[in-house]
Design a protein around this ligand. Structure first.
Ligand code: ADP
Length: 313
């Protein structure tokens, strides 16, 4: 009679007269079956044959295991090399980003020591020193923020925020810069409507600063529009521009740490490449999502959501 003890199984379909299979187990998980069959005549498998099958099965499990481990090791090595390359390029960019404003500060402070300048020149040089100092401070703030995020030390401070009021302050902050670049700045906020949300105001403002700053940096004609819509239990904010746009390949990378659309040292635009990854981390901490839709040459639309109320447990 066929014996079925969970390990040894004999089946008798039309062509196969006898069959013995063993489950191949890897760390308690079934990864396949291995077996002998007999086509010509019935065959009752012996203990020795069962042992042989077991030895083969163990060998196969070991080889499969080794192959899997090799694959994981190769993937980990590629990831480590990629992250190493990124950090090296980040450090190169950072020292470039820090050295440029530093040279501005040292150079123009040196020039100011000379007394032969008129008021206009004097003010111009002081302006350059101020701008360079601000640029340095932004870079340092970005590095401190990303380090806090990476080490899990970034904390939230929730408060009630009047959305329309906040957007209108952002408009006041950015309008002069837009005007000086001949760009239209459109803020879709209605101060007559109270739209309060509970969120971390500083983080929300920081995301807007980054998105509006980028929109101004990468747009050379047309308009920048920002505002919000209510979508279910979320406020969906947007910052839309008619700028250079972002290629599909860049779109995959720009929210990652240290990544910029153009990563060469000779790139046109200044920036640490940390802004969008910090924004993404903030929005995730706040319980929302951030994404971009864009067409090269036409512009980019950045969206992010924030819950209207915080979940209370
Ligand atoms: P940074 O601006 O310091 O380079 P970000 O993380 O803010 O860093 O942005 C990463 C990259 O995403 C930018 O270098 C740029 O290539 C691309 N990018 C971001 N915003 C825009 C935009 N509005 N239009 C076109 N490209 C953008």
């Amino acid at each position: 009679m066929p014996k079925d003890d969970g390990v040894r199984q004999i089946l008798e379909p039309q062509e196969v007269k006898s069959l013995m299979t063993l489950p191949m187990m890897n760390e308690g998980k079934l990864i396949g079956f291995l077996g002998f069959d007999s086509v010509k005549a019935h065959h009752y498998y012996t203990e020795k044959e069962e042992l042989l099958l077991k030895v083969f099965s163990d060998m196969l499990v070991n080889v499969t295991n080794r192959k899997l481990m090799e694959k994981e090791l190769v993937a980990a090595k590629i990831k480590a090399e990629e992250s190493d390359k990124l950090k090296t390029s980040f450090l190169a960019n950072m020292s470039h980003e820090i050295r440029t404003p530093m040279n501005g500060i040292i150079g123009f402070a040196g020039l100011l020591k000379e007394t032969s300048f008129n008021d206009q020149e004097h003010n111009e040089y002081v302006g350059i020193i101020e701008k360079s100092g601000q640029r340095m401070l932004n870079i340092i703030n970005d590095i401190v923020d990303i380090s806090k995020i990476e080490s899990g030390q970034m904390e939230l401070e929730m408060n009630e925020v009047d959305v329309n009021n906040k957007l209108s302050s952002l408009y006041s902050k950015f309008k002069d810069e837009a005007f000086s670049k001949d760009l239209e700045l459109i803020c879709n906020a209605d101060l007559r409507i109270k739209e309060n949300i509970v969120t971390d105001e500083d983080k929300l403002v920081s995301v807007f600063n980054n998105l509006l700053g980028n929109a101004l940096k990468f747009t050379h004609s047309g308009a920048i529009t920002f505002g919000y819509d209510k979508v279910n239990d979320f406020i969906q904010f947007y910052v839309k521009d008619t700028g250079e746009g972002i290629t599909p390949m860049q779109r995959e990378l720009i929210f990652e740490r240290f990544r910029q659309g153009n990563e060469s040292l000779t790139r046109k635009y200044e920036g640490s490449g940390l802004g969008l990854s910090i924004s993404k981390a903030y929005i995730q901490l706040l319980g929302g999502e951030i994404w971009v839709e864009s067409e090269v040459g036409k512009g980019s639309n950045f969206y992010f959501t924030v819950p209207i109320q915080v979940e209370t447990v």
